[in-house]
Design a protein around this ligand. Structure first.
Ligand SMILES: [Zn+2]
Ligand SMILES: [Zn+2]
Length: 191
């Protein structure tokens, strides 16, 4: 799986994706092959571009249930292989080098909505350089890696479907709500 494969899935190349790619490679080095089934599990603590790389490279996907999102807004990724509780916790510690004053001024204009060709060119170039640095850096420059023991989250389960008595659509049992003796889906129960 190359960075190009990841870019194809994600839609564009960006520094966040490059970081996710490096995280994924490190996880695979530790745990071996990518997850065809759900034994390798990723716990991600953000929903940035980086997590798309993890789904493609590690085979930990939202739909398979071996990709767990915790909305902490942190660049932290934890991998483990069921049923072992020993996990690899990867925290991104990398900081881009400070911009030179000219680039910084251009970046400020860009963030204020300026999309003129001169500004866009500098911003694109800044992005490309950042990506290249990330892809070439040592793991030790990018990450703080720890081996930790975690409490294993419940695996994906198959639930019985019920029918919502208001809209008539199917809903899995744990998401059905009992409102005055009527079984309702969440959208209907909050109307
Ligand atoms: Zn992106
Ligand atoms: Zn309903």
């Amino acid at each position: 799986m190359t960075f190009d494969d990841v870019v194809k899935f994600h839609g564009h190349a960006c520094p966040g994706l490059a970081l996710g790619f490096r995280v994924s490679k490190l996880a695979l080095k530790e745990f071996g092959l990518r997850a065809m089934d759900e034994e390798l599990v990723a716990i991600v603590e953000n929903d940035s571009c980086a997590v798309d790389a993890i789904q493609v490279v590690c085979g930990c996907t939202f739909g398979k249930g071996n990709f767990i999102f915790r909305d902490f807004g942190k660049q932290v990724y934890t991998f483990f292989k069921r049923p072992q509780p020993e996990a690899l916790r990867i925290a991104v510690k990398w900081q881009p080098a400070p911009d030179d004053p000219e680039t910084e001024a251009m970046w400020k204009r860009y963030s204020e909505g300026d999309r003129s060709p001169e500004v866009t060119l500098v911003v694109q170039d800044r992005k490309a350089k950042k990506m290249k640095t990330i892809l070439a850096a040592d793991d030790s420059e990018l990450f703080e890696v720890k081996r930790v023991e975690i409490e294993i989250p419940e695996p994906a389960r198959i639930y019985k479907s019920l029918t919502c008595s208001s809209c008539g659509e199917k809903v899995i049992e744990p998401r059905a709500r009992n409102v005055n003796g009527q079984l309702l889906c969440i959208p209907c129960s909050s109307q």
